[in-house]
Write a protein that binds this ligand. Structure first.
Ligand SMILES: N[C@@H](CCC(=O)N[C@@H](CS)C(=O)NCC(=O)O)C(=O)O
Length: 209
């Protein structure tokens, strides 16, 4: 038996959990839900997660954990992984980046990408919201670019949850019209480092079986 991940393959939030499970070398069963068709809003899904969203990790005893970063944190703790540093201030720095991702990066970079890539809307149809996502998304990416000056990883000298969790939407930012190669050379180099880590899989990967 292994854990079950309720997910939607193009989701960066889901991909964070897939990346961390792979980094921890943990097998998992993937159950896909078509969020565009409202599959996470059914009574059956809402009984597992009243917030109606993937990713959702279902443990072997049926316990469910929602919120991508809570799931990743749980997995790193459960497997006593080095993805969470021992030292308090370093762990707090990881949490800082996870909060930043959820408040500044994901709501802009991921939301614009969802509209452009998953819903296939042209830029002109996004209106003022589309402009705001672009502006605020660039501001968030600039913070990451600055952080990476003279460093390989976001926290400390080794990859942590912060790198895995910020990688997920940053690596597909181009799908939301954020031109990484043009504006963010350090981010591009960091993305390549994350992609070279053991167990790495692309966002389109499904576990066997
Ligand atoms: N803060 C949550 C966000 C989860 C979320 O927004 N999930 C989206 C896909 S990326 C979803 O399930 N949307 C379906 C819906 O809202 O019906 C996390 O980090 O997991």
């Amino acid at each position: 038996m292994s854990v079950t991940l309720h997910d939607y393959l193009p989701s960066g939030n889901g991909y964070k959990v897939r990346l961390v499970l792979r980094a921890l070398n943990q097998p998992f069963r993937l159950v896909e839900h078509d969020i565009v068709q409202g599959a996470t809003r059914t009574p059956k899904f809402l009984a597992r997660n009243p917030n109606g969203r993937i990713p959702l990790l279902e443990l072997e005893d049926g316990t469910c954990i929602s919120e991508s970063h809570a799931i990743c944190w749980y997995l790193a703790e459960a497997h006593a992984s080095r993805l969470l540093p021992d030292e308090l201030l370093a762990r707090t720095r990881v949490m800082e980046w996870l909060c930043f991702e959820q408040y500044n990066l994901e709501p802009n970079v991921a939301v614009r990408r969802f509209q452009r890539h998953s819903l296939n809307k042209p830029p002109g149809m996004l209106g003022e919201a589309g402009e705001k996502w672009l502006r605020d998304g660039h501001a968030a990416l600039a913070v990451v670019e600055t952080r990476l000056e003279g460093r390989e990883w976001l926290v400390g000298d080794e990859p942590t949850l912060a790198d895995y969790c910020l990688y997920a939407y940053t690596h597909v930012a181009d799908e939301g019209d954020f031109d990484l190669r043009r504006h963010y050379p350090r981010i591009v180099a960091w993305l390549e480092r994350v992609a070279a880590l053991p167990g790495h899989v692309p966002i389109t990967w499904r576990p066997p079986g």
